[in-house]
Unconditional design. Structure first.
Length: 312
């Protein structure tokens, strides 16, 4: 059955039945607005939009996969502020001929990813559109902590990374070349594995700055360097190169460090910490902060691509 046959309110009804309830949800879907508990008295908010053909392709990803990706892109931003995600609002613009089961699968993916952090989809909107578009707003709770921003890095700090990097970019290259394996890389593109808990953890450890790496490590660290008025050097020998990634790079004629340093969509968290801080195993040091500006690799300018730019 198409969405045109279901109708707007039939579509909403089908989606709402698939949405869970988070611990911060006081009033969920069904009223003019949702009510979400903010025990801290402050609300962290972020929004992101995914457009078919620009951010995803339905022949590469299932509906649930796209739901996971849409939720992860926003939930990671909340974690990167040192906050705990509490709720998602989703606006869905769809072609009227789209099968309603696709929208249900999308709702399942959004719900499952939000559930990983105890959050829920609490409302949103729908509209007809010739281009399938998903706009998500995420809310979060700092729970008494100070937000960790991009402008606090200091010379002498170490740069550390939590989460995997380069996997999703490698998976995108594999898919764009018409292949469906290695499964490890393709699955990483379809569903990010975001270390959400590492954001609040970094705040407790005294992180001086933090960012969600969504568009490429060098590009996103460049935002930190600019905001903090410092230079950042990334150490190439700090990165593990999995065998499947190495093999895929060789087969496709790609420098794997292009995936590691400039690839997006894995959503690891990058943070700077004062020297001497003992970091848990999931945080690995990948660079250092110094007086200066910009981002270098092994103290040299990086000559490859920097990362994703919507308008480039």
């Amino acid at each position: 059955m198409s969405i045109a046959e279901t109708g707007e309110f039939g579509l909403i009804g089908r989606i709402v039945t698939r949405l869970g309830t988070g611990e911060a949800t006081l009033i969920g879907p069904g009223d003019d607005a949702a009510v979400v508990k903010a025990s801290d008295g402050r609300v962290v908010a972020s929004t992101d939009v995914l457009v078919e053909g620009r951010h995803f392709r339905r022949d590469w990803c299932g509906a649930a996969d796209i739901g996971h990706r849409a939720a992860a892109a926003n939930l990671a931003d909340i974690a990167a502020m040192g906050a705990v995600p509490t709720a998602l609002l989703v606006a869905l613009c769809v072609p009227v001929g789209l099968d309603v089961t696709w929208a249900e699968g999308l709702a399942d993916g959004l719900t499952a990813e939000a559930g990983l952090v105890g959050a829920a989809v609490v409302g949103g909107d729908t509209s007809a559109s010739p281009t399938l578009t998903i706009a998500v707003t995420a809310l979060g709770d700092l729970r008494g902590a100070a937000p960790v921003t991009r402008d606090g890095a200091q010379p002498g700090d170490v740069v550390a990374l939590a989460g995997r990097i380069g996997y999703a970019a490698a998976g995108l290259t594999v898919l764009s070349r018409g292949f469906r394996t290695p499964k490890l890389l393709v699955d990483a593109y379809r569903r990010p594995a975001v270390p959400y808990h590492a954001g609040p953890e970094a705040a407790r450890l005294g992180a001086t700055s933090m960012i969600d790496v969504s568009d490429g490590l060098l590009q996103d660290l460049g935002h930190v360097a600019e905001a903090s008025v410092v230079g950042i050097d990334v150490h190439s020998d700090a990165f593990d190169l999995p065998g499947q990634m190495r093999d895929a790079a060789k087969a496709l004629g790609v420098d794997p460090y292009q995936w590691l340093l400039a690839g997006g969509d894995d959503h690891p968290l990058a943070a700077t910490f004062p020297p001497g801080v003992t970091l848990p195993p999931e945080w690995r040091v990948v660079g250092s902060v110094h007086d200066g500006s910009g981002v270098t690799v092994d103290r040299k300018p990086w000559t490859g691509g920097l990362g994703w730019d919507h308008f480039r």
